[in-house]
Design a binder for this molecule. Structure first.
Ligand SMILES: NC(=O)c1ccc[n+]([C@@H]2O[C@H](COP(=O)([O-])OP(=O)(O)OC[C@H]3O[C@@H](n4cnc5c(N)ncnc54)[C@H](O)[C@@H]3O)[C@@H](O)[C@H]2O)c1
Length: 382
């Protein structure tokens, strides 16, 4: 059994621990922001070792793979140190705070001494894999439109707070980088079309938020106590709309929001081709809608016997047995650890590579520049 350790003890620290165990990987240690947080999490999650520092984790010879699940600000330094220590690295998205950092990490990854990946887990929903297979087989025809949204409501009120709202912790963009990059990674992977130019309009509805005194775990704010709050200025966007041009000539649009009441975690896309339209929504992830012009539309329910062979390898349960968000972590980790076992770290990967992670940051930079200049901006390198 390959042995892994995790940095970060919040929402993703728990999700990675569960996903790794379900993928047959032993989680032997965890690191929190302080030694007592490491110990508390190790105890709560049944993990044997609680590290006092990143150095202690990286000098543990039993650790072969490091999962980085800390806030974005820490990704660059942790990934760099983990690669230098000879550990394989799976980093949470976004890979880094800016393109300078992500380019440096890509260079390290390209040296090929260890396996590296970014956790764009949404690729691994079975029916997203099915959409990818169908498009690759030409069933949808040539793709001319890619539209959709990623909408949440957990930051709707000015009393909703998390480290992400601060540019110093998460980067200059928030809704776009935090959830928009999931959508961009997903539709580009599924369609095989790359975004080459963007036109963005971003907006912050709460330029001042009320911050609770102390740390707030992701998605936990809704149950918070408002008694001890302090005002904090916010420079990151709550919502945005982005027009897209793709390398094959397709056009698209993405709407992102973390302030859309009632949308809990809704990533949806419509991919329009010359023969079919494929649509999916993460809030009903076991259904894929196939739209036709000259025959009734179809609703495909996730069932290993009804999807293509490629997609079936990402299904563990029979039809009618729901697979969802936690399963996408298990499948992503399975792909990453199979890649480690195969040993060729320059081989094509089904999970997001550091090249993909770096490209997402370049996309974010182009989106920010477009918003600032109010014009179309080309994505560097495309
Ligand atoms: N793939 C996904 O679906 C997904 C979902 C949510 C978050 N994320 C990403 O995961 C990362 C973490 O987000 P989260 O939602 O779990 O945040 P969170 O606030 O719930 O948890 C972050 C944890 O990191 C700990 N921490 C802070 N500094 C640390 C340090 N120096 N060393 C060790 N631990 C430290 C905090 O104490 C906290 O427990 C972010 O990069 C985010 O973008 C990915």
């Amino acid at each position: 059994m390959i042995k892994a350790a995790i940095t970060g003890t919040g929402f993703m620290g728990s999700a990675h621990t569960e996903g790794l165990r379900r993928a047959g990987v032993e989680v032997i240690g965890i690191l929190g922001s302080r030694p007592e947080k490491s110990s508390q999490s190790a105890k709560a999650l049944g993990i044997p070792k609680a590290y006092a520092s990143l150095e202690e984790l990286l000098t543990d010879r039993e650790v072969e793979v490091v999962h980085i699940t800390t806030p974005n600000r820490h990704h660059f330094q942790s990934v760099q140190a983990a690669i230098a220590a000879g550990k394989h690295v799976l980093c949470e998205k976004p890979l880094a705070m800016n393109a300078k950092e992500s380019a440096a990490l890509l260079k390290l990854a390209q040296e090929g001494s260890v396996a590296t990946g970014v956790n764009y887990n949404i690729r691994f929903y079975p029916l997203c894999q099915e959409a990818k297979e169908r498009i690759a087989q030409g069933e949808a025809g040539s793709i001319h439109a890619i539209n959709g949204a990623y909408l949440q409501d957990w930051l709707l009120h000015d009393t909703d707070y998390n480290w992400r709202v601060l540019d110093s912790e998460g980067g200059s963009l928030r809704a776009v980088s935090d959830i928009g990059t999931h959508w961009l990674d997903l539709v580009q992977t599924i369609s095989g079309c790359l975004v080459t130019e963007v036109l963005a309009d971003l907006h912050t509805i709460h330029p001042v938020r009320k911050r609770p005194v102390g740390e707030v775990r992701t998605f936990s704010g809704k149950t918070g106590d408002e008694s001890a709050l302090e005002p904090v200025s916010i420079a990151t966007e709550d919502l945005g709309n982005i027009l897209l041009r793709f390398d094959n000539g397709a056009r698209g649009c993405l709407s992102v929001s973390q302030v859309m009441a009632g949308k809990k975690n809704c990533l949806r896309f419509d991919i329009g081709g010359s023969r079919q339209r494929l649509s999916w929504d993460s809030e009903s992830p076991n259904e894929l809608s196939v739209g036709h012009r000259s025959q009734p539309n179809q609703q495909l329910l996730k069932d290993p016997s009804l999807v293509s062979r490629g997609a079936a390898s990402f299904v563990d349960y029979p039809g009618g047995h729901i697979e969802g968000y936690p399963d996408s972590f298990k499948m992503c980790f399975r792909a990453f650890y199979d890649f480690i076992k195969a040993g060729d770290f320059s081989a094509p990967a089904s999970f997001a590579t550091f090249e993909d992670g770096h490209r997402e940051i370049l996309l974010c930079d182009a989106i920010l520049k477009s918003h600032q200049t109010q014009g179309w901006v080309a994505v560097p390198g495309s």
